[in-house]
Design a binder for this molecule. Structure first.
Ligand code: AMP
Ligand code: GLY
Length: 423
């Protein structure tokens, strides 16, 4: 089978790494890819939302399966685009249609969906400029801190958590006034959930599903979970508090009703559901849905999957997931993200990276790299993900730290405290 992966991050490198091992793979392409994917696949210089160029490439290269990494093409309707063209009727796509992708594309919709299907989540109010006074009144009924979320996609930056109500009111005004562009035309105000977060993933064909290993992501830039939110500074899998009892609650209260809701809403959903969860005193609540895998979670989840990933993706895209199972590596995995100094604010690019080849006992996934005249240079804020196995997450982390110490680029930074809250 000829496969095209869309995306350019560590998540897509981890997909490529896993799919490349499949003995049913013929040829693997990644668009646009990075300096890591080009070692195991052919990079194609097409942006992920240029559907016309993607379709021309698909035809010319007999692509049989597209694996969509990031949310943008899904929310923009890549599945619907191909479904509307009869010449692509045989093409398989791992990813939901636009009706399904709105679970990530609109936080207001996601909340409505959760309430409709009785899925545990924080109480909320959806603010628009016209109901500002009611929104402020709702806020006065909440205990601080106040959670404000831009409704639309905001590259992970659209959520503010504010201690002080006056400041929350003024930020609400800023958001409705365009602070996050159109993404903030509506703002979801939520009850604050006090707990510990984790991420759970299912692959579904819209009816059946398989559950993948859970993971915990470290979102803040600074140690002890301080400072600005990032795309993710590292991840571990499994999550120590995610015991059988909690897993059972997640499946019964969250995964099953979500898949049932997807079916009732007639979404054509053949792809990943990412449940961002909060464990509040042993009970799971949904903080958000994403319609794709997480990054950096993928860099610990996929290495733990022993079942042929390509076979699973094909089964999801063909609606043949029923009775499929996933074999999971019982070892633990950890990844740490090496970023460019300054990230998630302004940072420099084009830094020459050395030492990757000296890493022997970890997998180095490329997140933001490019090949410039034979040198691997940084091209993003998150540059590399160093993933390792261990008998427990702390050993896996230690291995990643040992490997990271062999890698270098100007102003390289990473958190040295990952796992601190799980000891
Ligand atoms: P989201 O983009 O919805 O995942 O929100 C970003 C981050 O904000 C989450 O990872 C949580 O750390 C935090 N967060 C979001 N919603 C809540 C909530 N209702 N209560 C507490 N923390 C939240
Ligand atoms: N690591 C969180 C995300 O991918 O949204």
């Amino acid at each position: 089978m000829n496969v095209l992966i869309l995306g350019s991050g560590g998540r897509e490198h981890a997909f490529a790494n896993q799919i490349a091992k499949s003995n049913i793979l013929k040829k693997l392409y990644v668009a646009p890819g990075n300096a890591g994917t080009e070692k195991i696949a052919e990079n194609v210089n097409i942006p992920v939302t240029d559907f016309i160029s993607i379709s021309e490439f698909v035809t010319k290269n007999n692509i049989e399966l597209i694996v969509v990494g990031p949310e943008d093409p899904l929310v923009a309707g890549i599945v619907d685009f191909f479904k509307s063209k009869s010449e692509f009727s045989g093409l398989l796509i791992a990813g939901p249609d636009k009706a399904g992708a709105i679970l990530e594309g609109s936080k207001d919709y996601a909340k409505e969906f959760m309430f409709k299907y009785n899925i545990p989540t924080a109480g909320y109010f959806c603010a628009v400029p016209e109901n500002y006074d009611n929104a402020v009144e709702y806020m006065t009924t909440l205990n601080p801190p106040y959670v404000l979320k831009a409704d639309g996609l905001a590259a992970g930056k659209g959520v503010l958590i504010i201690d002080n109500i006056e400041e929350a009111e003024s930020e609400l005004k800023n958001m409705l006034g365009g602070k996050f562009g159109n993404a903030g035309n509506k703002v979801v105000i939520e009850e604050y959930l006090d707990g510990i977060e984790c991420s759970v993933f299912a692959l579904t064909d819209g009816e059946s599903y398989v559950i993948l290993p859970e993971a915990k992501d470290y979102k803040r830039i600074g140690e002890n979970n301080t400072g600005l939110n990032t795309g993710g500074m590292g991840a571990v899998s499994p999550v120590p508090f995610y015991d059988n009892e909690f897993a059972q609650k997640v499946e019964e209260r969250i995964i099953k009703p979500t898949i049932a809701g997807i079916q009732k809403e007639n979404m054509d959903y053949r792809g990943f559901v990412f449940f961002g969860l909060m464990n509040v005193n042993g009970d799971p609540y949904v903080i958000e849905y994403n319609v794709r895998m997480g990054d950096p979670e993928t860099e610990v989840v996929l290495p733990r999957i022993k079942t042929d990933l390509l076979t699973l993706l094909i089964a999801a895209a063909k609606k043949e997931l029923k009775n499929k199972t996933v074999e999971i590596d019982q070892r633990s995995a950890a990844t740490i993200i090496l970023v460019s100094g300054g990230y998630p604010e302004a940072y420099e690019k084009n830094k020459i990276i050395s030492g990757i080849d000296e890493v022997k006992d970890s997998i180095v996934f490329h997140s933001g790299t490019t090949n410039k005249d034979g040198n691997i240079v940084s091209s993003g804020g998150r540059v590399l993900a160093v993933s390792s196995f261990g008998t427990n997450i702390f050993e896996a982390l230690q291995q990643s730290y040992n490997s990271a110490s062999k890698i270098n680029f100007d102003k390289m930074y990473y958190r040295k405290d990952l796992g601190f809250d799980l000891k």
